[in-house]
Design a protein around this ligand. Structure first.
Ligand code: UT7
Length: 328
């Protein structure tokens, strides 16, 4: 018995912002962005709320599934539309998922991986003999971001990188298939505050809080180094736990943060780059939505066949990282 990935979904805002448009806003150029990141354009929400994107991705993943059979909904995001209710609660209401337990998690760009890891554990726990917790036959894990809301559009070190979008996966218990074979999540302390976004709360007459700007700050080269090392560590561990070697994996679907990070992972594990899903050129880095959106691209291009071994890899703020291997 295993937890399988049954279907995926993806949604993007309509507005495309090409690198050349950013040339008009900041001191940058298309060639630099392409060469250093692999990004050519990204989507930026003009009218779409995060909820609209999440709902569209979720609906695609759900297809004609009976919505009443969804027992769990996890939304990974750092840019929820509201603090209360959670995106999970908003999405549950929007989709009319009568029976879903819904909540959010924030582990930045690793969020979707942590969501899958948690969903699998809760599903297996609920199914175990003598279990005293919720039975979960089907779960929906969604990654959604409107990072354009927390990007400083005057900062060329970050504004070129990020975009908006959503991705979703429908998970199901299956008594004949393996599904998820292994996973490994790890938190690393962000000692140098290399990737942060403050919270801009209201002033109150009693507290002595300093003013905080709610805006993404990143020390690019330090995050880059962290990413390259963390990706290696979590991939290694997930392979070890599944008793597999890099050659056994048919498709690698990494977080889409920088093409050079993807290339370095391929080199480290001596794998052809063709095994790695690359979606960054059209969307940029969409944090928790990047991995499910890239999964969607991999499925819809017909690359993933039943029985193939797939490894998902996430890394980002926290600092955090995770890898998960499943049989399609
Ligand atoms: O999802 C969360 C995880 N995030 C990441 O993994 C991001 C990791 N970091 C990166 O992807 C890269 O560090 C960046 C793409 C952000 C930057 O690339 P880099 O190769 O590390 O460039 P750099 O920051 O070392 O800057 C190199 C040069 C500098 O000029 P000088 O000092 O050599 O004259 C920068 O000022 O490039 C300059 N530069 C730019 N030039 C044109 C920095 N940003 C830009 C820009 N356009 N947008």
């Amino acid at each position: 018995m295993g937890v399988i990935i049954k279907e995926v979904g993806k949604a993007l805002p309509r507005r495309v912002v090409h690198n050349t448009e950013l040339e008009k806003l900041i001191d940058t150029n298309n060639e630099w962005i392409m060469e250093r990141t692999g990004i050519e354009e990204r989507r930026v929400a003009e009218e779409e709320k995060a909820l609209d994107l999440a709902a569209a991705a979720a609906r695609e993943a759900l297809g004609d599934t009976d919505y009443d059979t969804i027992d769990l909904l996890i939304v990974a995001t750092v840019t929820p539309d509201m603090l209360v209710p959670s995106m999970g609660a908003l999405l549950k209401k929007e989709l009319k998922l009568a029976n879903a337990v819904a909540f959010d998690i924030n582990t930045a760009c690793s969020g979707f991986l942590y969501g899958l890891w948690m969903a699998e554990a809760l599903m297996k726990n609920g199914a175990a003999e003598g279990s005293h917790t919720n039975h979960i036959g089907r779960a929906l894990v969604v990654g959604v971001e409107r990072l354009s809301r927390i990007v400083d559009w005057t900062d060329r070190g970050t504004s070129i990188l990020f975009g908006d979008g959503a991705g979703a996966a429908l998970l199901e218990m299956d008594d004949k298939k393996d599904g998820i074979l292994s996973s490994f999540m790890k938190n690393y302390d962000d000692e140098g505050d290399v990737l942060t976004c403050g919270m801009e709360y209201l002033k109150n007459p009693f507290a002595k809080d300093e003013d905080v700007k709610q805006c993404l700050r990143m020390h690019g080269t330090k995050v880059f180094k962290f990413a390259v090392n963390a990706v290696g560590e979590v991939m290694d561990e997930a392979l070890k736990r599944a008793g597999l070697t890099p050659d056994d994996i048919d498709h690698y679907i990494p977080h889409q943060a920088n093409m050079r990070i993807i290339t370095s992972a391929a080199q480290r594990f001596k794998q052809p780059l063709e095994k790695f899903q690359v979606s960054i050129n059209g969307t940029g880095n969409v944090s928790a939505a990047s991995v499910p959106m890239a999964m969607h691209d991999c499925y819809r291009s017909g690359k993933i066949k039943e029985g193939d071994l797939v490894m998902l890899v996430g890394f980002g703020g926290g600092l955090s990282a995770g890898a998960l291997i499943y049989r399609a």
